[in-house]
Design a protein around this ligand. Structure first.
Ligand code: SAM
Ligand code: SF4
Length: 331
């Protein structure tokens, strides 16, 4: 029966990881992510949190072992704590891990609640530790609030991984000090190549930094030992002298789509099988019109359509790979 069929895509890859954009809205406007005058979905187009939970639970019942709540900024969505609590009840009963990616602006208020819900690790975006550069990159962000959120998370018992998008002329010189700062505080660090997702106010090619270049510079200064840890994504990992992990998420300079284990659910209920393609299946419509059987059939259709790989390229003047921004798909 389709409902009990394992989640294997047409290329033979097992899907065990669901990322959910619980809202496309955000209190920041990071320059590489979105335009200053970004428009968001009307509230009526967004799924209810109960619908998001029902779909995520269906994925868990069918073999997904890890769920990440993301956005937009997940902590601006009212009721997010209730969603986390509900999904958290599946940890140890099908679900290995529930995690969250946040910009940290509201993390100080939510850290203890997230821990109580069963979350043990959070990813926090921090592209600069210089207040002026941070405000410039995010257009609105207050560095102190984010730092307070990061330390509140750590104090609440959450392991913190810092996400940093490498940006030429903005934060490239901060990468080595960021790695040391993360190491001193026990945070893992993932560096990310800027990806061509949606139109922004500048040309991403002007800010693109190949992580191959970054790694060479880091490895010349700091002892980095290859770590076999894989997350089924485009990241490769190294151990740092501080005992923390350095991850390089380099979809432009290294392609790891062969081992892709993930799919992404947007807040309007569309399941995207690849960050870099437009193929999607409307799970909200399936759930609303035909309940769980229709949802299962739609999930099967999605798996049958998952592309083999993305075709990202960053070239001056080139159009984005897809019109959809990262905040819609859920990073
Ligand atoms: N608002 C939260 C945050 O910033 O962490 C969660 C959503 S955000 C879309 C998730 C991650 O995607 C962040 O680490 C962000 O830096 C990254 N991101 C956003 N747009 C990107 C792009 N075009 N290329 C690469 N990374 C991007
Ligand atoms: Fe918001 Fe995250 Fe995009 Fe920055 S990267 S604008 S914080 S969704």
């Amino acid at each position: 029966m389709a409902a009990s069929a394992p989640l294997i895509d047409r290329h033979g890859r097992a899907i065990s990881y669901l990322r959910v954009s619980v809202t496309d809205r955000c209190d920041l406007r990071c320059r590489y992510c979105m335009a200053e005058q970004m428009t968001f979905l009307p509230k009526a187009a967004m799924m209810e949190l109960d619908e998001i939970a029902t779909i995520a639970e269906r994925f868990i019942a069918r073999g997904v072992r890890k769920v990440r709540l993301s956005g937009g900024e997940p902590l601006v969505r009212r009721g997010i704590a209730g969603l986390a609590r509900r999904l958290g009840t599946h940890i140890g009963a099908g679900l290995d891990e529930l995690t969250l990616t946040t910009n940290g602006t509201r993390l100080a208020d939510h850290a203890a609640t997230l821990f109580e819900a069963g979350i043990r690790r959070v990813n926090v975006s921090l592209d600069s530790r210089d207040p002026e550069a941070f405000r410039y990159i995010t257009r609105h962000g207050e560095l102190d609030r984010v730092l307070a959120g990061i330390f509140a998370a750590r104090d609440a018992g959450l392991a913190v991984k810092i996400n940093m998008v490498a940006l030429a002329g903005l934060n490239e010189h901060e990468i080595a000090p960021m790695l040391a700062w993360c190491g001193e505080h026990g945070f893992d660090l993932s560096l990310i190549e800027t990806m061509p997702l949606g139109h922004i106010d500048e040309d991403r090619a002007d800010r693109f930094v190949p992580l191959t270049r970054v790694f060479e510079a880091l490895a010349a200064e700091i002892e980095l030992v290859r770590d076999v840890h894989r997350s089924g994504g485009p990241a490769r990992y190294w151990r740092t002298p501080w005992g923390t992990r350095l991850g390089l998420i380099s979809p432009l300079t290294a392609n790891f789509c062969d081992g892709c284990n993930r799919v992404r659910l947007t807040t309007e209920g569309k399941l995207y099988m690849c960050l870099g393609h437009d193929d999607q299946v409307d799970l909200k419509a399936a759930l609303r019109t035909g309940g769980l059987p229709a949802l299962d059939a739609a999930i099967d259709a999605a798996l049958a359509a998952k592309p083999a790989r993305h075709d990202f390229a960053i070239r001056a003047g080139a159009a984005p790979a897809v019109e959809r921004h990262m905040n819609a798909t859920g990073g």
